[in-house]
Design a protein around this ligand. Sequence first.
Ligand SMILES: NC(=O)CC[C@H](N)C(=O)O
Length: 243
Amino acid sequence: MELNICHLYPDLLNVYGDVGNILILKHRAELRGITVNISNLSLKDDFDKDLYDITFFGGGQDYEQSIVSQDIFDTKRDSIKDYIESGKVFLAICGGYQLLGKYYMTSTGEKLNGLDILNIYTEACSDRFIGNTAIINEDFNETYVGFENHSGRTYINDLKPLGKVLHGYGNNGTDGYEGCIYKNTYGTYFHGSLLSKNPELADRLINAALHKKYSDFSLEPLNDTFELKAKEAILRKLNSTKN
Ligand SMILES: NC(=O)CC[C@H](N)C(=O)O
C-alpha cells in the first residue's frame, strides 16, 4: 500500500514545527509497511487532486499568508475544492485553516480572500491567543492537546468543531469550540506539532486516507504508551494551573 502526501507551501507556512505533522504521518504509516511519498507544492505549482491521499496546509504569519492567499486562489482553488468535496483527507493548521474559509481579516484591516471551501470566516484582533490548549471530541471520545498562537478569531457557523475547549481559547475565545471538521477535512489552531501529541488523530487521518484508496485493509495498532503518558502529563499540568 502507498500514501501520497502533499505539503502545501512548506517554504512559506511552517511555524511551530508544523512539518512535524507530515513526519508523524510518514512514520506511523511506514511502521505499518505502507510506502509514503511526500510532494511539496508552493507558488505557481498546480495541485492535482487525483495524485494525493492526504494534504497538509500549515500556519504562518500574516505577511506570508497574504502571499499564499493570492497564489492558492489563482492556481489551486478549484482542484483543492474538488479534492475536499470528494472526501479526501486534508489537515489545515492555523493560517492554513483560516485560508480554507471565506476570508481572513488581519488586525491591520487587510482582507485576505479564503478559498471559500469551508463555511467559516476569521477576523483578527490586536491581542493574540497564545498558550497550551486541550479539547475534547465527544463523538470520538478523544482528548487532544496542542499549542495555539493566533490573532484570528474564527467562526464556524454550522460546521462541527474538532472539539470543545477544555483549556485555552479555541476558535474565538467565546463559543467554546476549537477547529472544525468537514467531510475528511480537519481545521485547527493546534500547533505543536498536533499529530506528535495526538497519535489517535494521526491514525484517524491515515485510516480515512487508506479507506478512500483501498477497500480492504486494517491498520494494526501501535504502542503509543509514551505518547499517551506525555499527553496525560500535559493535561495534569493544565488542570493544575487552571484558575
Ligand atoms: N500561527 C498562525 O498560523 C497564525 C495565523 C494568523 N497569522 C493569525 O495570527 O491569526
